[in-house]
Design a protein around this ligand. Structure first.
Ligand SMILES: Nc1ncnc2c1ncn2[C@@H]1O[C@H](COP(=O)(O)OP(=O)(O)OP(=O)(O)O)[C@@H](O)[C@H]1O
Ligand SMILES: C[C@@](O)(CCO)CC(=O)[O-]
Length: 541
């Protein structure tokens, strides 16, 4: 069951707070025939049909009769429906949407890149990727990423399939990829170089990073027989602000492509947690590849929390091996304020800055990173104590002190910014809480843990100064669901049970008005709590 955690906010704010909801099965509208996987790896399954059952659940029917899987109760009309489907044999997958959350890092950013521990939690701000198959004759792959004004199309048959599928290079959906292959990056280069040629250098770089994340995963998992497709992305996460926007889109891309090559059998309500965890891990591994394309040397904490959701204590002592991840299923309901300095920053740049400091001052930098590790350890221990109470000043004060220490250590690493220090100064001056950078720093967001019962006039004063000085803040929730799927892309949007639902096509999706419009149209939590069609891998113990 989902539980959501409210973060506090001053006003004015972007209120994208979510609501709790059930994980029951969806009502679906169209009949789907999924083509044989395009990935020729050993354990792909046979051709199958996925279709709606009259009880609203989805039925998957394998070509092998023995392997017929029924996730819903079959009724006569379902069987008739299936017989018709066999005759039609359309190769098109229905349009579907994959969504993944952003995150806050509560403790340990930067240190986590160097093998230390970090604590992170997902938030209710999310990315949504709509995947629409084109007719068989269209041999193109198009990206429409309006948040960054990116639109690009590749001809499938012109992409460098030969090198990506060469036995010495080929990676499969279950592989752990911990570095980008320089030959593959070089082969992709001409296809990335012509993305957004007419844009400024700065904008082009952003576009090419996002396009690379897609193309590397696409060429690794797909094959030349992949169907023509449109990938349309909208996100409610502020970009490059420390809230994990890149990881969130990387998770959506990885999830969508793994679904398209049919290497994920879920999510569905009856899935055993072990199977769900395996599938989540597949998505996470490929999302990490996307993150490497966008910011060079990621630790993997952002994509892990965006895939799995809730909270995690994360550590990657050895980059050649999977990380150690301790899930925090009940991340405490901390009274956090997320403030965006609106100062653009680059994670790649800030991470490289710390790496350079480590080279020039190794002993001191190592000592700082080790101190951050101790702070994260202390915080993990504190929030797991029986008597930790997020409503009590004693608990919050202990955690707040650790946040202050963590922030000071990040300042020592050189990843703060005058606009970040300004927020800290304002909050400290009013004595209303404890502030630290969240994410890469250099700008972006800070988090403030608020003391209980902060007088309204103090909050008002803070609000006014922040608004005057062009800061914004976000009201959201902590510890939300990870990657989710809406398949097919049909939502009821308040209609009665007898109505088929609203199909989300590319036009509707592109025309949704701002972040609130996207949430209203496709959000995993609808206004009336009626978004059961969204499914999540049930990974909790
Ligand atoms: N909505 C989006 N559409 C397309 N590309 C996006 C979107 N959101 C993020 N990106 C890609 O991710 C990049 C931002 O990643 P970056 O790691 O710098 O910031 P972040 O992930 O928001 O912050 P942090 O890593 O500190 O949490 C963008 O420059 C762009 O390439
Ligand atoms: C700065 C960093 O530690 C967190 C970015 O959200 C980078 C990373 O872990 O990949």
């Amino acid at each position: 069951m989902t539980s959501t955690r409210t973060l506090w906010s001053t006003t004015p704010s972007t209120n994208l707070a979510s609501r709790s909801r059930s994980r029951s099965s969806s009502s679906t509208a169209s009949l789907i025939v999924i083509p044989t996987p395009t990935n020729s790896s050993p354990s792909t399954s046979p051709r199958s049909l996925i279709m709606p059952a009259s009880n609203g659940s989805v039925i998957e029917l394998s070509e092998t009769p023995d392997a017929t899987k029924l996730n819903g109760t079959l009724k006569k009309k379902d069987l008739k429906h299936m017989a018709m489907a066999r005759k039609q044999s359309s190769p098109m997958m229905p349009a579907f949407i994959v969504s993944a959350p952003g995150k806050v890092i509560a403790f340990g950013e930067h240190a986590v890149v160097h093998g230390k521990k970090a604590i992170a939690a997902s938030i209710a701000l999310r990315s949504y990727l709509l995947v629409t198959a084109l007719s068989k004759s269209k041999r193109t792959i198009s990206l429409r990423f309006p948040d960054i004004d990116l639109s690009h199309t590749w001809d499938i048959d012109e992409l460098p399939w030969a090198i990506f599928s060469h036995p010495s290079k080929k990676k499969y959906y279950y592989d752990l990829v911990t570095s980008l292959d320089s030959d593959l990056v070089a082969a992709m280069k001409p296809h990335i170089a012509n993305v957004s040629l007419h844009k400024s250098e700065e904008e082009r770089k952003i576009h090419q990073n996002s396009a690379s994340a897609f193309l590397y995963i696409f060429l690794s998992l797909g094959s030349q027989s992949f169907p023509g497709c449109l990938y349309t992305l909208r996100s409610t996460i502020p970009i490059a602000a420390g809230l994990g926007s890149s990881a969130s889109i990387a998770v959506c891309l990885a999830g969508a492509l793994l679904l398209q090559i049919r290497t994920l059998s879920g999510p569905h309500p009856d899935q055993p947690p072990d199977e769900a965890r395996l599938q989540i891990e597949r998505i996470n591994r490929w999302a990490f590849v996307g993150e490497m394309c966008i910011h060079g040397n990621p630790s993997g904490v952002d994509n892990t929390v965006a895939t799995q959701g809730k909270g995690v204590v994360f550590q990657r002592p050895d980059y050649g091996k999977p990380p150690n991840v301790k899930p925090l299923w009940n991340f405490p309901e901390l009274p956090l304020l997320v403030i965006n300095t609106n100062q653009p920053k680059s994670t790649a740049f800030e991470v490289a800055k710390v790496a350079a400091l480590k080279k020039t001052c190794p002993a001191i930098t190592d000592a700082i990173l080790t101190a951050i590790d101790k702070v994260s350890e202390g915080a993990a221990e504190l929030i797991s104590r029986e008597n930790f109470n997020h409503e009590e000043v004693e608990s919050l004060e202990d955690l707040g002190k650790l946040m202050t220490m963590n922030h000071g250590l990040l300042v020592a690493l050189g990843v703060s910014h005058p606009r970040i220090e300004r927020v800290r100064e304002l909050v400290d001056y009013e004595e209303i809480g404890w502030t630290k950078i969240t994410g890469a720093g250099g700008g972006g967001c800070v988090i403030t843990l608020l003391k209980p019962d902060v007088p309204a006039e103090k909050m008002k004063r803070l609000d006014e100064v922040l608004a005057r000085e062009n800061y914004s803040n976000y009201k959201t929730t902590l510890g939300c669901d990870g990657v989710g799927v809406l398949m097919p892309a049909v939502l009821k949007n308040g209609m009665s049970d007898n109505d088929g639902g609203d199909e989300i096509d590319q036009d509707k999706f592109l025309n949704a008005d701002g972040m609130a419009g996207v949430e209203e149209l496709v959000g995993v939590n609808g206004e009336n709590g009626d978004r059961e069609a969204w499914k999540f891998w049930g990974v909790e113990d």
